[in-house]
Design a protein around this ligand. Structure first.
Ligand code: UDP
Length: 465
């Protein structure tokens, strides 16, 4: 028998990439028919998004919903507000599309959404389609989502003002200021939205997490045992992209450049699809990399005062390198490569010359680094990235975390120190050993008959019954 799965991703490469990977793995195991229904916003052309969708196999179909208008949203609105509104304003067309699909093809046996899709459960209740969540974040983040309404009742103050570290069940203790960014301001509407949507998690039939038991045993046990987590939880990760099918010229150039350098000698620097730095911070990073004397491959986007300015389009806006300090490119030309906007990250992390990853701590980036045994420098920017940094440093011991100074900057000396230690120092060597143990566990988790493969088969079976 065949099942029909509908996947409704929220905007952002960090959600789309793992959902596409999930779809492809499901097709490897079961006779399923998969439809992606994609919400879009006016003016948000995501070039890498289209590349990924165009490369999908034929038995996955794609329906783009009419773009919604976000022009009434103030420029400084939180990124989570933009995502949530893109989703909710698309609900009427989601309903229409589901009605059409139910009439013309097989009724969906499951709707799969990511973290921002839970409000759709109320909208499509009458379709009677079992709803599942695919968590593109860590098990620790999922624990924190369930615990948020509890913490909200427990503390009247802002999370960052709680004196002692917060102990989430099964997780490494975390300071309130390192909890998710949207939870940092109770007066912001996004805070209430997060509380509301975390309550909706309990309406799902099951939650798939892109993580694996061996990476976060405490958090997975807590999710299984805690009476606050009602849905079944399936650890199905690490699901990471197996590599780009169509390499761009820039991509090919990166890999050829890496070929020329010694094993584990290059630091890969990237802040994900959406991360951006201020002009001042870019200067400090450039001088820090230069000072360190180490090799580096830096994916760079033009400066912006907001840390997630390219989230909706993953592109750099100005002349690719015109904003760098005078003479920088010339001075580092023998040991530094700069790429504008987008690089083949999975291939770079899998290349033997890559010895470290300076990352903004997006969950996909972390998984990709772990799967390839690359130790990290954690430089979290937004969303739940600070909590991920705590997991990497205090929990797993596979990363340094950069120190931010009193002006909100990571200074060149700090960068110099972290880079030297990671690539050439004793601490870096120890972290490399630890992360290579995790690499082996990750490979085991996705091999045949292993924890994540069994979980994936288990849930896929429910969708064909
Ligand atoms: N990515 C990439 N090339 C880039 C930047 C990002 O291939 O130049 C991919 C990266 O491999 C990962 C995803 O985009 O799969 C980013 O997801 P993540 O969760 O790390 O961060 P986000 O972009 O959602 O903040």
């Amino acid at each position: 028998m065949e099942g029909h799965i509908v996947i409704f991703p929220s905007p952002g490469m960090g959600h789309l990439i793992p959902l596409v990977e999930l779809a492809q793995r499901l097709l490897d195991h079961r006779r399923l028919f998969i439809t992606f229904i994609i919400p879009t916003a006016v003016g948000a052309t995501i070039i890498p998004q289209n590349d990924i969708l165009n490369a999908m196999p034929e038995n996955i179909s794609t329906i783009f919903l009419p773009p919604v208008d976000l022009n009434d949203i103030p420029d400084d609105a939180a990124i989570e507000t933009r995502i949530a509104l893109t989703m909710s304003r698309s609900f009427p067309s989601l309903r229409q599309t589901l009605a059409e699909l139910t009439r013309t093809s097989k009724k969906p046996s499951a709707l799969v959404v990511d973290l921002f899709g839970t409000p759709s459960f109320e909208t499509i209740k009458d379709f009677d389609i079992p709803a599942y969540i695919f968590c593109t974040v860590s098990a620790m983040s999922l624990v924190s989502i369930f615990q948020t309404p509890i913490l909200d009742k427990m503390y009247a103050c802002e999370l960052r003002d709680i004196l002692e570290p917060v102990t989430l069940p099964g997780c490494v203790p975390v300071h309130g200021s390192d909890m998710s960014e949207p939870l940092q301001d109770k007066k912001n509407e996004v805070y209430n939205h997060m509380i509301h949507s975390s309550k909706l998690f309990s309406l799902s039939k099951g939650i798939l997490i892109n993580s694996f038991f061996e990476l976060e045993p405490g958090a997975f046990k807590a999710l299984e045992e805690g009476d606050w987590c009602k849905p079944d939880v399936y650890s199905v990760g690490p699901l990471i992209r197996s590599g780009s099918r169509n390499q761009t010229n820039d991509g090919i150039e990166c890999l050829k450049w890496l070929d020329k350098h010694p094993v584990a000698s290059v630091l890969f620097v990237s802040f994900g699809s959406g991360g951006t730095l201020s002009q001042e911070q870019i200067n400090e990073l450039a001088f820090g990399l230069e000072q360190s004397g180490q090799r580096f491959l830096w994916v760079i986007k033009s400066p912006h005062r907001k840390s997630n300015a390219s989230y909706f389009n993953a592109q750099s806006h100005l002349n690719p390198f015109g904003f760098l300090p005078d003479g920088f490119l010339e001075r580092v030309k023998d040991r530094g490569l700069l790429v504008s906007s987008w690089a083949p990250q999975v291939e770079i992390l899998g290349h033997g010359s890559t010895g470290g990853f300076l990352t903004h701590c997006g969950w996909n980036s972390i998984l990709e680094s772990v799967v390839n045994g690359v130790p990290m420098i954690a430089w979290p920017l937004f969303a739940e990235q600070r909590m991920n940094a705590v997991l990497l440093t205090d929990g797993l011991g596979v990363a340094y975390r950069v120190k931010v100074d009193e002006n909100g900057l990571v200074g060149r000396d700090e960068i110099d120190k972290c880079v030297k230690n990671l690539i050439a120092g004793e601490d870096g060597r120890k972290m490399r050993l630890k992360v290579s143990e995790l690499k082996d566990l990750a490979a085991l988790a996705t091999s045949q008959d292993s924890s994540s493969t069994k979980s994936l088969l288990n849930v896929a079976q429910k969708w064909v019954e």
